[in-house]
Design a protein around this ligand. Structure first.
Ligand code: PGA
Length: 252
C-alpha cells in the first residue's frame, strides 16, 4: 500500500519571513494523518520553515540539488548539505528547470543518483509539452524521460524515488489534465517502473500528478489507482492548501 504524498512546490515565492508567516497561518489546518505532506521551499527558507513546522508532521523539501558532493560549483547546493539539514525530499528536473535552466535528461539522472546516495527522496518530474501530446508522443516522451532519470538507480534505493507526472501544458495554466489523461499517463509510468524494477518494487514507488491541482479537482485526481498524490504549485501557496491535502485521504 502506497502512502499518499502531497508535495507543495513554492517555486520562487515567499521571502523567509513571509514563508514562516504563511506556514504558521496554515499548519494547524493541515491534516497529516495517513499521508505525507512536504513543502518544497526556496533554499533560504528551508531552516526557518523547518523550525516553524516543529511539532507537526509536515516535512520540507528543496527544489533542486547539485550532482556533486562538493567543489568549485559556485551557487550550487549539494545533497550532502541537504542531508545534514535533514531535508528528506528534493524536486529534480522540474519542467521550468528543463526549459529555463538547461536541465537535461542526463543531469536529471546525475542529480537523482547523487540525491539517492545521500538518502534523499528525489521527486523526479516528467511530462510532455502540448505539441508532443497533440502529436501523440506522450508515451514516447515519458518512456525516454523515465528511462534516463532512473538509469543506474539501484533496486534497493528505488523505493525512495517519487515520480511526478507533470504535463507541461497544465503547469500554472489552469488547464488541468482530465482525470483520465492523468491516470492513463501515471498508469503508463507504472508499467515503465515494473519493466525497470519488477512489480513488487514498482508497486511501492509513488507517482504524483502535477499541473493546476486545486482544492476542487484534487479529490478526483487523487482517487485514481495510479495517482498517489500531487505536486502542487500555485495552490500550495494559498491559504486553502489544507483542502488539497485533505483530498489526499481518498485512497488509503
Ligand atoms: P501548478 O504548478 O500547480 O501551479 O500548475 C505545478 C508545478 O509546477 O509543480
Amino acid at each position: 500500500m502506497r502512502k499518499m504524498l502531497i508535495a507543495g512546490n513554492w517555486k520562487m515565492n515567499f521571502t523567509p519571513s513571509n514563508a514562516v508567516g504563511f506556514v504558521n497561518s496554515i499548519k494547524s489546518n493541515i491534516d497529516t494523518a495517513k499521508r505525507d505532506v512536504v513543502l518544497c521551499v526556496p533554499y533560504v527558507a528551508l531552516q526557518p520553515v523547518k523550525d516553524a513546522l516543529k511539532g507537526t508532521n509536515i516535512q520540507v523539501g528543496a527544489q533542486n540539488v547539485h550532482y556533486m558532493d562538493d567543489g568549485a560549483y559556485t551557487g550550487e547546493i549539494s545533497p550532502a548539505m541537504l542531508n545534514e539539514m535533514k531535508v528528506p525530499y528534493v524536486i529534480i528536473g522540474h519542467s521550468e528547470r528543463r526549459e529555463k535552466f538547461g536541465e537535461s535528461d542526463t543531469t536529471v539522472n546525475l542529480r537523482a543518483l547523487r540525491a539517492l546516495k545521500h538518502g534523499l527522496s528525489p521527486i523526479i518530474c516528467v511530462g510532455e509539452s502540448q505539441k508532443q501530446r497533440l502529436a501523440n508522443r506522450t508515451e514516447d516522451v515519458l518512456r525516454k524521460q523515465v528511462a534516463f532519470a532512473l538509469d543506474e538507480v539501484k533496486d534497493e534505493r528505488a523505493e525512495k524515488v517519487v515520480i511526478a507526472y507533470e504535463p507541461i501544458w497544465a503547469i500554472g495554466t489552469g488547464m488541468t489534465a482530465t482525470t483520465k489523461q492523468a491516470e492513463d499517463a501515471c498508469a503508463f509510468i507504472r508499467i515503465l517502473l515494473i519493466e525497470r524494477f519488477g512489480a513488487p518494487t514498482a508497486e511501492k514507488i509513488r507517482i504524483l500528478y502535477g499541473g493546476s491541482v486545486t482544492p476542487t479537482n484534487a479529490a478526483e485526481l487523487f482517487s485514481q489507482p495510479n495517482i498517489d498524490g500531487g505536486l502542487v504549485g500555485g495552490a500550495s501557496t494559498a491559504p486553502t492548501f489544507d483542502q488539497v491535502v485533505k483530498a489526499g485521504l481518498c485512497c488509503e
